[in-house]
Design a binder for this molecule. Structure first.
Ligand code: ADP
Length: 451
């Protein structure tokens, strides 16, 4: 306004207005230049002096910069703390992308697995951890249960790996040294196997004397006769217990692995039927529906043990008799061996624990029936060896159905097959069925140390 008035007075309004505009433009450009070079220099320097709108802009940007620097510092500190704490963790932590390529790992993981920076960064983890079990675990995404393997870099060390998928199927892997646990577990297994084995000899001697005494039983007083009968029963029970314990420890340790081959189901079931017959009373009525051309790929004596345990249980726990149906049904996705009874049934809350060793729904009931409490634990381990799963459906007072589901590559309907081989290792998949005995049991996985 002042420029117009002065221009009017001196008679050069236009020239003065132009001069003013150029001056203002120059000043604005100069401030812009100042602003630009301050931003380029930036760092922590205070903004150049300026008045008016430019002063306000400088101050506002300066305040913003200070705020951003502060939050950046805070974030870096937090990140450092996370990095330091994961570096100090005794557990190894590994981050790998969705394809399994290594992105980051802490010091413990480096030590436990022998990972080296920077060579191993970006490498597929399966190339570095060359272990067939790990390869299967990782490529087939069997992350439901942890995996125990030998350390690739330290002799005699056992590692437990637990993988979680996050973000876009990236892998977060925790590695733990479980050598002590593994050795303890091994000691427990060895102890059970050795103790059971050592008990066999004295028991055989006792049984021998009891047999001799039984021959002269009629000449002995009544009380002695009862004693001999009782001792004979108990020694038989003990013999079953020892046999079951030995079988279970063989199954657990995978010692003396029995070869797997194609077996005719009818033959196995015929042997099972013969075992079961002496236990049946007149009230029991048992039927076998096994197609004659059905075959299963497995270990003869293991499958016999599992199937006979289920059939014997159905008889033992059907005291009032009733119909027992033993069936083999082949679907598109599996072959199912099932034993259905109309006996006592089981309360659903007990079902998840049935495959634990020595678990009995009713302690008194178990010892009356002469059971060892190991039958279903044996069934479970046999099924693990055959990549199969156990499903239990039951209703107290109405009966139970125990079904063993075998994968398709283990079942065939005709006799062509002596040469086909399949993978005999690995644990069964979990099922979603509510009453699946393998689902909640602490003994579910072949990799978990069992109770
Ligand atoms: P046991 O030698 O006591 O039979 P198992 O491991 O075979 O041991 O079975 C564990 C428990 O499961 C049994 O004690 C019994 O309570 C229950 N059980 C197993 N099978 C049946 C069945 N068919 N009907 C009812 N209860 C059963």
């Amino acid at each position: 306004m002042a420029v117009i008035v002065i221009g009017f007075v001196v008679g050069h309004i236009l020239a003065l207005a132009l001069l003013y505009t150029l001056g203002t433009l120059y000043w604005q450009l100069y401030q812009l230049y100042q602003f630009h070079s301050w931003l380029r220099r930036s760092g922590k320097a205070a903004p150049p002096d300026a008045s008016g709108i430019w002063g306000e802009i400088f101050d506002a940007v300066y305040r913003l910069q200070k705020k951003q620097r502060k939050s950046k510092r805070r974030m870096r500190q937090a990140l450092n703390r996370i990095e330091n704490s994961t570096a100090a963790l005794k557990e190894g932590v590994i981050m790998a992308d969705s394809n399994g390529n290594l992105e980051w790992w802490n010091n413990s993981a480096g030590l436990l697995l022998g990972l080296q920076r920077p060579v191993d960064r970006g490498q597929p983890i399966t190339n570095i951890l060359r272990n067939p079990e790990f390869f299967k675990y990782f490529t087939q995404k069997r992350f439901g249960e942890p995996l125990v393997i030998k350390s690739p870099s330290k002799e005699g060390v056992y590692l437990e790996l637990q993988t979680t998928l996050y973000d876009q199927n990236d892998h977060l892997i925790f590695v733990r040294d479980v050598t002590r646990l593994h050795l303890l577990e091994q000691m427990r297994k060895d102890f059970v196997a050795n103790a059971s084995h050592e008990l066999k000899t004295p028991l055989t001697v006792i049984k021998g004397y009891l047999e001799t005494l039984s021959m002269f039983k009629d000449n002995l007083p009544q009380s002695m006769q009862r004693g001999i009968v009782n001792m004979t029963d108990q020694s038989l029970r003990m013999e079953h217990l020892i046999e079951d314990l030995l079988l279970l420890s063989r199954l657990e340790t995978n010692d003396q692995k029995e070869p797997h081959q194609w077996l005719k189901l009818e033959d196995i079931c015929e042997t099972v039927r013969k075992t079961a017959l002496p236990m049946m009373t007149e009230q029991h009525d048992i039927s076998f529906q096994i197609p004659e051309d059905s075959y299963i790929y497995g270990a003869t004596s293991e499958l016999y043990s599992a199937f006979s345990n289920l059939v014997v249980n159905a008889i033992k726990y059907s005291p009032e008799g009733g119909h027992i149906q033993v069936k083999w049904v082949q679907h598109d996705f599996s072959g199912v061996f099932s034993v259905e009874d109309e006996g006592l049934g089981i309360d659903p809350r007990h079902i998840p624990r049935l495959t634990e060793r020595f678990f009995r729904v009713d302690k008194g009931r178990g010892s009356n029936t002469g059971g060892t409490g190991l039958g279903l634990a044996i069934v479970k381990h046999v099924l693990i060896h055959h990549n199969a799963k156990l499903q239990i459906r039951s209703q107290p007072g109405f009966g139970s159905t125990f079904s063993c589901h075998f994968p398709t590559d283990r079942v065939r309907q005709e006799a062509l097959l002596a040469t086909v081989a399949t993978d005999v290792e690995g644990s069964p998949e979990e099922t979603n069925a509510t009453l699946d005995a393998t689902e909640h049991s602490p003994e579910t996985s072949a990799n978990t140390p069992s109770a």
